[in-house]
Design a binder for this molecule. Structure first.
Ligand code: SF4
Ligand code: SF4
Length: 377
């Protein structure tokens, strides 16, 4: 199969519309039978970040996962839906996101990505040992089904970032701790995982996605797009361009160019959309400027320049999820029930914002960003 990405318009999550849109896209690849072989165990790697309803746009819509499962079954494959949510219990996530219902209806498994094992190291990898779920490593094929969303740390979360979800639950937070402060390094990790897992297909749910403070607390927005690709990296750069987001500021792009995985002068169009299709630019989250600093300035930068998490007391429902996920042990409850944050320990990994169900963690701008904004004005 050639490396390519194809887009189509798809306006809503009606079963017929999604099934027909996906079928027409797959025809361009020779149909699902040319991708999945009879008897293949096929991991459908949806985005199941948290226990959220489909209309919150935090997770992949179940109709898109369902359409992928139906195509896989018709091709003779044996699909199973799976992910490793960051914090919520898998059973709650499966039920609330609608995946459990899809699995029940089609009589296929919906299981947690657990049991970490080492991912085989691909040539040119930056990281020599990364562990992901055994179910992902041992699947015959992986169909990657991301949601189109913004990401407060990585600008966008699309095909490549979705595969980071195969890292087993709390170990994600540990990676945030190890490399989260440098976006390009974190992007290198995502690239290594994507290259190691090599999904046979990526299906992007961009029908209704998220902008602003993604991946959990942004605003749902219609994009009206479904896309398939044999290469999630190729797909991500085309989507970034289609959304009017600055490619040169996309950490994944910077990492890929730095490693020579893509040519700097490549053109990233959205093949398949009618000529002249314009999607109004996506509202991106504010990224602070810490990643511009050399390593020896990181400690200083983190303390005085980087954005820092702040609890919005009025919104907080005191669920404790942020304290539980914090990989740096930087958060603790006060007697009054508020959250105290130790900024010396905090590594600005954004995990607390990512898991907060009440949009009660805000990142206040660092001094450097505020100064730059003043100069620009
Ligand atoms: S306080 Fe938030 S941003 Fe800081 S280390 Fe903990 S989870 Fe990460
Ligand atoms: S800040 Fe968010 S995650 Fe933390 S306790 Fe409050 S509501 Fe829960």
């Amino acid at each position: 199969m050639v490396s390519e990405s194809i887009f189509t318009q798809c306006g809503k999550y009606s079963r017929n519309e999604v099934e027909n849109a996906l079928a027409s896209l797959l025809e361009r690849f020779g149909g699902m039978k040319s991708i999945v072989s009879r008897g293949d165990n096929v991991l459908l790697k949806a985005n199941m970040l948290s226990a959220s309803a489909p209309d919150e746009c935090v997770t992949t819509h179940p109709e898109v996962v369902r359409a992928a499962a139906v195509q896989t079954i018709e091709a003779g494959g044996k699909p199973f839906i799976a992910d490793s949510p960051g914090i919520d219990r898998f059973s709650d996530v499966a039920r609330k996101t609608g995946m459990e219902e899809v699995a029940r209806e089609l009589n296929i498994p919906c299981v947690e990505l657990d049991d970490p094992i080492a991912l085989p190291v691909a040539e040119g990898n930056v990281f020599q040992r990364v562990e992901v779920s055994r179910r992902a490593v041992e699947a015959d094929k992986i169909i990657n089904i991301p949601k189109l969303k913004t990401h407060a740390q990585m600008m966008l979360t699309l095909g490549v970032k979705n595969l980071f979800g195969t890292v087993v639950s709390q170990r994600k937070a540990q990676w945030h701790y190890n490399v989260g402060l440098r976006r390009e390094t974190f992007a290198d990790l995502h690239l290594d995982i994507a290259r190691g897992l090599a999904p046979c297909l990526t299906i992007l749910d961009g029908i209704r996605g998220m902008e602003g403070r993604g991946p959990s607390n942004g605003k749902p927005r219609d994009f009206g797009v479904l896309a398939v690709s044999s290469d999630p990296l190729d797909l991500d750069f085309r989507v970034c361009t289609l959304l009017g987001a600055p490619l040169e500021e996309f950490p994944l792009y910077r990492a890929a160019v730095g490693r020579g995985l893509v040519a700097k002068d490549a053109r990233w169009d959205a093949a398949g959309l009618p000529e002249g299709t314009i999607i109004p630019p996506i509202e991106l989250p504010k990224l602070d400027a810490l990643h511009l600093l050399p390593p020896f300035l990181d400690r200083f930068g983190k303390r005085f320049l980087a954005s820092r998490p702040v609890q919005e007391k009025k919104k907080c429902i005191r669920c404790g999820k942020c304290i539980e996920i914090c990989p740096a042990d930087a958060m603790k409850p006060t007697r009054a029930g508020d959250i105290e944050i130790d900024y010396d320990k905090c590594i600005r990994c954004y995990c607390c914002q990512e898991v907060c169900p009440a949009d009660a963690v805000r990142f206040s701008k660092g001094l450097l960003l505020r100064t730059l904004e003043c100069i620009r004005r």
